[in-house]
Write a protein that binds this ligand. Structure first.
Ligand code: TPP
Length: 514
């Protein structure tokens, strides 16, 4: 068994059995080892940002890491923006970066670079394997580090000579470093706080926005009258009819300020006090009211669901009956295809249990409103603000949840960053429907141009925000990358195409011309 085989076998032993990658010469032994470990599913991505984004989507949905295989520093650099998003989502990712053979580095060949320097800002753990005696243990440590609560990016650098030299064999997984329990005193303190008669809200972001944690939060709110809030870009939320009602913080600073204006005490669960996404002249970055009291119920690495259940128990009294979201399906629209019509049609037709990897930017605003009361589903937004993650995250989510429909509402500008994901969807026959919101513009930046108070904008400025010259033909791009694709210019056309996509399995692209 060589180092590469030892590494891949150990990954599989540790439950990591999907690898998104884009290899080069220094990773050829890793690639060659794939046939000797058939339990590992390799997924070729044509751009590294697709591989890293797919690993983010996979990690969010599978709650265990996928591996990523990248080609030295430049391959890693191509994948960094989506590793940044994955870090913000606290997704577990085992990030394997091939390197030159150890003895070759001294010659400073063209692809030599500071891999650790590239990896550091996004990684919770970095290690360069130095010999074949340790490669298996290094791999087990990488998986342990990626999975350690709340989840992070473990970067393992694999020199080519370590990959090709005889190694000691594979090892078994190390213990899982799961979330830590929250101290009983903290629970008691928060229970007391929520009984002091002040106007309170609980702000959530992580695991507690699903399942037992969310239910417990609902009971706490029912007992105490506190509001339940979640971060604007909480990485994975359960939404739709029947779920415990949670208010999502708005995107714009002044709207967050308004939303929080009456809050006297804010209980934080795995998150920070809200701040605005960007700074704007004369608009505060800090969005909480003056004098607001903050308390941390659970840090990101702590067991927030258990903390909310314990809080519910500590509050005592009769069982709280959570406020739940009612089912309110909008009517099917007619006539021109507008963002409102698109939102109505999707909310009306999207099946239960769908996963929405959503990066529709301005076209997603009304979609969010409509989907909030649609059938129960899960929502994966761009957690780190670096666009070009919606399609890759859709790839990863579809591989993690092969029995569920994945839908990618996607802005055309955002899609253009990582459109190669369409090819991987086609190749892997993933059950993903891409709704390409073709407004031929960076619409959000037109809004931001006014908001930042930039003056003197003329035709050159506006040309930097216009992506309609020439128009990208997404139906043809999709077709060219192997996906069944169509174009809808009216509500009726969109409804027909989206309904049929919901009824069939496999990859589809609908270019919604808005
Ligand atoms: C990596 C990265 N580059 C650039 C941006 C800046 N940016 C934010 S939104 C946006 C345009 C989005 O356009 P589109 O997806 O078409 O959505 P629309 O604004 O038209 O609704 C850009 C360029 C970003 N957030 N991340």
């Amino acid at each position: 068994m060589n180092g590469a085989q030892s590494l891949i076998r150990t990954l599989v032993n540790c439950g990591v059995d999907v690898c998104f990658g884009n290899p080069g010469t220094s990773e050829m032994h890793f690639v060659a080892a794939l046939d000797s470990v058939p339990e590992m599913r390799p997924v070729l991505c044509l751009f590294e940002g697709v591989a890293t984004g797919a690993a983010d989507g996979y990690g969010r949905m599978a709650e265990k890491p996928a591996a990523v295989l990248l080609h030295l520093g430049p391959g890693l650099a191509n994948g960094l923006a989506n590793l940044h998003n994955a870090r913000r989502a606290a997704s577990p990712v085992v990030n394997i970066v091939g390197d030159h053979a150890t003895y070759h580095l001294q010659y400073d060949a063209p692809l030599t670079s500071d891999i650790v320097g590239f990896a550091r800002p996004v990684s919770s753990w970095i290690h360069s394997t130095k010999n074949t005696l340790t490669v298996a243990n290094d791999t087990a440590r990488a998986v342990q580090a990626a999975r350690a609560a709340p989840g992070g990016i473990a970067t393992l650098i694999l020199p080519a000579d370590i990959a090709w030299t005889e190694a000691q064999g594979a090892v078994q997984p190390l213990p899982h470093l799961g979330p830590q329990p929250v101290a009983a005193e903290t629970i008691e303190d928060v229970a007391k706080l929520l009984r002091n008669g002040k106007r309170s809200a609980i702000l959530m972001r992580g695991r507690e926005l699903r399942g037992a944690g969310l239910e417990a939060a609902g009971r706490v709110a029912a007992k105490t009258g506190c509001r339940l809030l979640c971060d604007t870009f909480a990485p994975r939320t359960e939404l739709g009819a029947g779920r415990v009602a949670v208010e999502r913080l708005p995107y714009l600073a002044e709207q967050i300020v308004q939303c929080l204006s009456t809050v006297e005490q804010l209980v934080l669960v795995g998150t920070k006090p809200p701040a605005s996404f960007f700074a704007y002249p004369r608009v505060p970055s800090w969005c909480s009211p003056e004098g607001c009291h903050f308390t941390l119920l659970a840090a990101e690495h702590e067991d927030s669901s258990q903390a909310l259940e314990a809080l519910d128990a500590a509050l005592g009294g009769p069982a709280g009956n959570p406020a739940r979201v009612p089912l309110a399906l909008p009517p099917l629209p007619k006539g021109p295809l507008t963002p409102l019509a698109l939102a109505q049609a999707m909310a009306h037709l999207t099946p239960e249990h769908a996963i929405l990897s959503e990066e529709a930017i301005t076209s997603g605003l009304l979609l969010g409103v409509m989907m909030a009361k649609a059938r129960p589903h899960e929502h994966l937004p761009c957690a780190g603000g670096a666009i070009g993650q919606g399609l890759p995250v859709g790839v990863g989510a579809a591989l993690a949840c092969q029995d569920r429909k994945v839908i990618c509402p996607e802005g055309d500008g955002s899609a253009a960053y990582t459109m190669q994901a369409l090819w991987t969807m086609a190749r892997e026959k993933l059950d993903v429907t891409v709704v390409l919101c073709a407004n031929r513009s960076y619409s959000i930046l037109k809004i931001e141009l006014g908001r930042v108070g930039a003056s003197g904008a003329g035709p050159r400025t506006l040309s930097m925000l216009d992506i309609g010259n020439p128009d990208m033909n997404w139906a043809k791009i999709g077709e060219g990358l192997g996906i069944e694709s169509s174009r809808a210019t009216t509500s009726e056309e969109f409804i027909a195409q989206y309904s049929s996509a919901m009824q069939q399995r496999g990859p589809r692209l609908i270019e919604a011309v808005l």
